[in-house]
Each structure stands twice: as structure tokens, then as C-alpha cells.
Design a protein. Sequence first.
Length: 369
Amino acid sequence: MAKVELRNISKIYEGGIKAVDDVNITVEDKEFVVFVGPSGCGKSTTLRMVAGLEDITEGSLYIDDEKMNDVPPKDRNIAMVFQNYALYPHMSVYENMAFGLKIKRVPKADIDKRVHEVAKILDIEKFLDRKPRALSGGQRQRVAVGRAIVRNPKVFLFDEPLSNLDAKLRVQMRAELSDLHLRLNATMIYVTHDQVEAMTMADKIVVMKDGRVQQIGSPLHLYNHPANKFVAGFIGSPPMNFLSLKVADKNGLVLAGDGCELRPPAECGEPLKTHLNKTVYFGIRPEDLSYVEGSEENTISAKITVVEPLGADIHLWLLAGTQPLVARTGPSRSFKVGDTVNFRADMSKAQFFDRETELTLLPAGNTPG
């Protein structure tokens, strides 16, 4: 078992600066959980508290129901992979991977067996005699992961391990780490600012902002049922569009503004009608906007400001009146900057958020999509 629980965890630095604020997270045994959020949101600080590299100011940390607040890092049975790999430059790959086991006085024969087994899994056997400076970034990353695996820890911690790699290698390493999780059947906590990494790798995502947890859930749940405007805009690429529109119908079934009139599904009317004559945020993802020739119901008329051809997709950056949005469409049609085009919004996929609190107006059970 390797269950990790953070109960009311806070980190307060000198001067009263609260980097992490009352965080409650449960990482179940064998789960791959990703902490995601913008720079400075507290995700790495939270991970470092789990590792024991940062003291916990308030709250309690448990690993397998054992309180860890005052347990030294070396006694927590965790292994951490850092952003900069943290390899010893004067040691060979073999020596780097074996170092932690030597400190624990593991017999040489056992060390040799485990290092070679892990090197085979990671396809770095041929590099065991090399120094880190003779390796590429991806190879160094594999060595850092291998050094963690040979220790056979209860919990693996990853602090933005792919951020120094080029785009193509990041995609490859994402797949390899996901496959590794399945093969090791281990508990993993992974920190990243890249929501694509979070969406593709995680069993469960923890979205953080300003030191607080915004929402916890599976990738698809967060994508389809965001708790607030921040989560809706952070999860998904390109991000969700937001238009400020007024609820113009007493039944909450007409939104109007900037020359467009949209009609939400009937099930959305109940929460929206309490905002009659008030402005709300209407959210729609780029892939839920479909190009149409004429003016249909639920169409948004907008002027093209930027055309981004991406091969299989084209991203169109638009202005609907004074409000920006982006649409994802196919390459079958030619679009030009300056053209005025119409896009039909799939209102069954729409989201609505309170203008003041930015919280969703649709309970998860009633959210379209």
C-alpha cells in the first residue's frame, strides 16, 4: 500500500506569505496524480512538503496512515525526480543509479542485479559506463527515473521532469512515463504547468491556483464539468472561449450581447434565470464552434484576426464585436484575415459562470456534455 493524504496542509513563509493554503488531497494506492497550475500556484511547494524538502507549517501529511510531518526525507520511502535531473556529473550512469542503494548498504550483487534490470526497462543499458555529460537530455531523464526506480520506493514524486526537453521528446517521454506507471503499478505524484501533460498522463488531476486547490477529478471530468472559470480556461488547448453575455429571458433561455443571441438548453434555464438582466460568462470550447455559411440559430458572427494552419486543424482567432474567441476547424476551406464568418455554438456543450464569483452555474450532474 502507498496511500498519500494531505490534510489541511499550509505553507507560510517569513512575512506571512502563504504559498500553500489549506490543501486537502488524497492520492490512492497505485494512482497517477498530477498537480497542475500556473507558475507560483504552490504545486511544487506542495510536492516538496510530501518529499520532506519543505517543512509543513500547518496540517498533517500521512503515507499509509503514518504521520510524516517530522520524518526525515530519507526515511519516508519516497523517490523524487527533479526538473534538472540532479545527476552526479563525476559518476557514471551505473554509479548514479546505484548510489542510493550503496548508501543503504544493499549487497553489491543485489545492486548490480537491480541496476541492470531497470536499465533494461528504460533502454539505457548501453549507457551504463558513460558520464551524464555524454548523454542527451532524454537519456539523462531516463537515468534520473532509473535512479528512482532501483530504490523501489512506496511513492514516486516528479517535479516538472520534462520541461527541459524539446517538444517531440516531451511527447515520447509522456508515453514512456505512462507506460512505466502501468508496469510498476506504483503510486506517482507528478507536478507540471503543462495541462496537456496532465490530461494525457493522469488518473486524477489536482488544479491549483494561488496556493489553493481549485478542483480535483479525472481529466475528462474536469474538461466537461469545470468547477469555475479558471479551471475551464486552464484545462483544454486551445483554452475555452468566454463571452460576457446578458441573460435576456426570464426563463434563462436567451443570452444576448455583441450582436449575437444564443439559446441554452432547457436544463440550463433554471440556474440562469436567477441572473435575469445580469451579465454572465458564457463558455464554449473552440472545437464546439462549427462554421456555417448563413445565419442559423445560435450562431456567432465574428471577424477573423489571425489564421493558424496546423495541418489537420486550422485555428481561427476571431473578434465577436469587441470580444476575442478562437475556433478550431478543418483544412477544407480557405479563410482570410479580415473576413467576417459565422460559427454555430453547440449549446449542449456550453458552460456558464457567475460574473462575480466565477463559479459554475451548472451543478456537475446537470452540466451539458
